[in-house]
Design a protein around this ligand. Structure first.
Ligand SMILES: [Zn+2]
Length: 175
């Protein structure tokens, strides 16, 4: 029987979110387990994407699930990306974004409108994917995570300053 578990999602400013993750060299039982847990953790949150360092494992693995989107054009089966790299980017779009590691915060971010990504699936097979819309946004957001980059790093200096002030306030209220 497959056992899955919901893992703890690391929250900003946990230093693991700033780590540049390591390449996956071997797909073994521990990695299979990690992927299953990440999918369950993402669904439980709920969210549409999760990177391995968000659950404290600094490896190049992320999951994206757009399978329950109402709009058919944006819908995509559950995607597992291992060792992803962006091959091409095009256009520009500014849309609201949030992150499971930064709860209760959303802000507009400018990103490429289209991306072409090469990655390995959970069996290790290399594939390429061209995406626009929500999938393009999710791919860029998750690949950023794997490089230790958060969406708040992509805000304008003014908005980033407001975010940091707001965040310090939240932290001091919790203390
Ligand atoms: Zn995120």
């Amino acid at each position: 029987m497959k056992t899955m578990a919901i893992r703890d999602i690391k929250k900003y400013p946990d230093p693991v979110l700033r780590e540049k993750t390591a390449r996956v060299e071997r797909i073994d039982a521990a990695l299979e387990r990690l992927i299953d847990d990440m999918v369950e953790t993402m669904h439980d949150a709920p969210g549409v994407g999760l990177a391995a360092n968000q659950v404290g494992v600094p490896l190049q693995v992320a999951v994206i699930d757009l399978s329950s989107r109402d709009d058919e054009e944006q819908r995509h089966p559950l995607l597992v990306i291992i060792n992803p790299e962006v091959l091409q980017m095009g256009g520009s779009v500014t849309e609201e974004e949030g992150c499971l590691s930064i709860p209760d915060y959303a802000e507009k971010v400018t990103r490429a409108a289209r991306v072409k990504v090469r990655a390995q699936d959970r069996t290790g097979k290399v594939f390429e994917l061209e995406a626009d819309g929500l999938m393009a946004k999710a791919l860029q957001h998750e690949i950023d995570h794997l490089n230790g980059v958060l969406f708040v790093d992509r805000l304008s200096a003014l908005k980033r300053g407001l975010f940091k002030r707001r965040h310090r306030k939240v932290l001091s209220e919790k203390a």
